[in-house]
Design a protein around this ligand. Structure first.
Ligand code: PBG
Length: 326
């Protein structure tokens, strides 16, 4: 059967027919909204390369979560900007660290209706801005693991639902799973930044969190964009080490990896549409070169179509009202 008896335009004739045959839909409840909590801030701080996004003081965090929930989004991913940095990132795992305080604020107010996720990585808390412990010019894998364990347990102890190790140290998922279980947190999940690429698209985030490395780059631990086989190995290892959710990051330049994750494993797949992806759309929209709403809905649908069940996006709060306008 082919043309003229087959006519694919038949099902595209009206909006109702097109809706009826839509098989990929973005929904706010599958989105995660990043929140930056800043220990140094007294008021929301705007960020040049993340337009219309703010670093928030602690006492704004619960209000922000309320707004996020009103927009149909039920999960947040917390990042801390600490006022104290040192060689080992100790402000990242102390009881009264900024993220630990923010988790407690959120869990005081929203017990089960909000999923609180936390980034577990040293770069926001270390003086050198690397994601692990530094010895000379090397970011040392095995001695970093113990610090990631401490950070994850401190987040769980404050009430986090899911911890998300993002430092790309080998063995981090296994070590964190063991530490959580030993500390009595066997219900706290791990969303593993499994396939995390060394990407220029993290630029705006590094400005926002002040975590650009002071020397070298992250290519010794994050993956190179010319390699897809490694992503499969990273994901296989994380599945075996006990990850509950696999993440691919960034999203847009790595849709093949998202698809690989979805087709290779039966875990939920998250894609992190990172700061640079947000900034590109914002910049083009500001210049009048793309329509922001149309661009974002198309991009998020593309990420979903590739196989992402969960999308972490700085546009999370906008989606519900944009979908209502369709
Ligand atoms: C911490 C971390 C980074 C991002 C999330 N967690 C920065 C990095 O790896 O350099 C980037 C997020 C974004 O760009 O939106 N390691």
């Amino acid at each position: 059967m082919s043309f003229p008896s087959v006519r694919l335009r038949r099902l595209r004739r009206t909006p109702a027919l097109r809706d009826l045959t839509t098989n990929v839909r973005v929904h706010p409840s599958n989105l995660v909204c990043p929140i930056f909590v800043d220990e140094n801030a007294n008021a929301p701080v705007s960020m040049k390369s993340l337009p219309e996004y703010f670093r928030l003081p602690l006492d704004f965090v619960a209000d922000e979560a309320r707004k996020i929930l009103e927009h149909g989004v039920k999960s947040v991913l917390l990042f801390g900007i600490s006022s104290k940095r040192d060689e080992t990132g100790s402000s990242g795992f102390c009881v009264n660290g900024i993220v630990q305080k923010a988790i407690r604020e959120l869990k005081k107010e929203f017990v089960n209706e909000l999923v609180v996720m936390t980034d577990v990585c040293l770069c926001e808390y270390t003086t050198h801005g690397h994601c692990g412990i530094v010895d000379g010019n090397e970011v040392v894998n095995d001695s970093t693991l113990e610090f990631l364990q401490k950070m994850a347990v401190s987040h769980a102890d404050a009430g986090a639902d899911i911890v998300a190790p993002s430092s790309m140290m080998d063995g981090q998922v296994r070590f964190i799973r063991e530490a959580l279980d030993d500390a009595g947190f066997n219900q706290v999940g791990i969303m593993a930044y499994s396939a995390k690429y060394a990407s220029c698209f993290y630029g705006p985030f590094r400005d926002a969190a002040g975590c650009a490395p002071s020397f070298g780059d992250r290519k010794c631990y994050q993956m190179g964009y010319g390699n897809s086989d490694e992503a499969l190995r990273e994901m296989e290892l994380d599945v075996n080490e006990g990850a509950d959710i696999l993440m691919v990051k960034p999203a847009l330049p790595y849709l093949d990896i998202v698809q690989l994750a979805k087709s290779s494993f039966s875990l939920p797949v998250a894609a992190y549409s990172v700061s640079g992806e947000y900034a590109m759309v914002k910049a083009a929209a500001k210049l009048g070169w793309v329509d922001e709403k149309a661009a974002v809905l198309e991009l998020l649908s593309g990420i979903k179509r590739a196989g992402a069940d969960i999308i972490i996006t700085y546009f999370a709060k906008d989606v519900k009202s944009w979908l209502n306008q369709l």
